[in-house]
Design a protein around this ligand. Sequence first.
Ligand SMILES: Nc1ncnc2c1ncn2[C@@H]1O[C@H](COP(=O)(O)OP(=O)(O)OP(=O)(O)O)[C@@H](O)[C@H]1O
Length: 254
Amino acid sequence: MTPALETRQLQLELGGRTVLNGLDLQIATGRWTCVVGPNGAGKSTLLRALAGLLPYSGQVLWQGQALEAISRRDRGLLLSWLGQGEVSTLDLRVWDVVMLGRLPHQGWLGAPSELDHQMVEAALKATQAWDWRERTLGELSGGERQRVLLARAMAGNAPLMLMDEPLANLDPPHQVDWLEQVHCLIAQGTTVVSVLHEIGMALHAHEVVVMDAGRVVHHGACSDTDTHAAIESVFDHRIRICALEGQWVVLPRL
Ligand SMILES: Nc1ncnc2c1ncn2[C@@H]1O[C@H](COP(=O)(O)OP(=O)(O)OP(=O)(O)O)[C@@H](O)[C@H]1O
């Protein structure tokens, strides 16, 4: 099966430093892949390169097609993006922020359709952000804002969804809600790639990409002991991954 996303010898420099160093990666269609690794490993940079948000050398392919060959409009239809710390839209109403996720579906200067309204309402309700629809993003807490941005990404209904630290600022119950929302997306056939620092949550995914110093040091199933060993290793064995009640939990190694 053609991978949902693929990189071939992906190389990226920022400020004169090599940040991604020849990455060959295949992200399976319809599965949830988590990217983990220490601070500065290159996780966000990889996600941004996959989304076509940074210039790179090498190749990025979406569903087998070179990214450069995909039009801007088709990119919007194919991929939803939830970035880190987006602050540019604080004056916008929550409803309008989430409607932005529908832009690729709308014609040039076209009014939102009934389906656009339905999708925005469904996404706001799924993330429990419906009650804030008349407030501006600037009037919300960090976690509330994060849920609105997740709703915006979900409203796009794209087959590929990239999320950079989606759990930032979310309290534990809403982290669990997010986990359930990802399971729903996967059940609909969406391919999800997320950068997570919460390793216990990341191990709920199908696959984990472990990064260190601009390279992929391991890519494997969440249940594999090799994967656990690679994660413990990039974190200098300061954590330990253990099984508890059918889940993986992460303990500090004191
Ligand atoms: N604009 C920039 N100019 C120069 N270097 C940058 C720039 N942005 C990021 N970097 C460097 O690139 C490397 C990778 O950064 P990146 O944000 O991808 O790491 P990360 O794995 O997502 O880290 P974290 O877990 O801290 O979010 C880091 O060493 C960072 O200092």
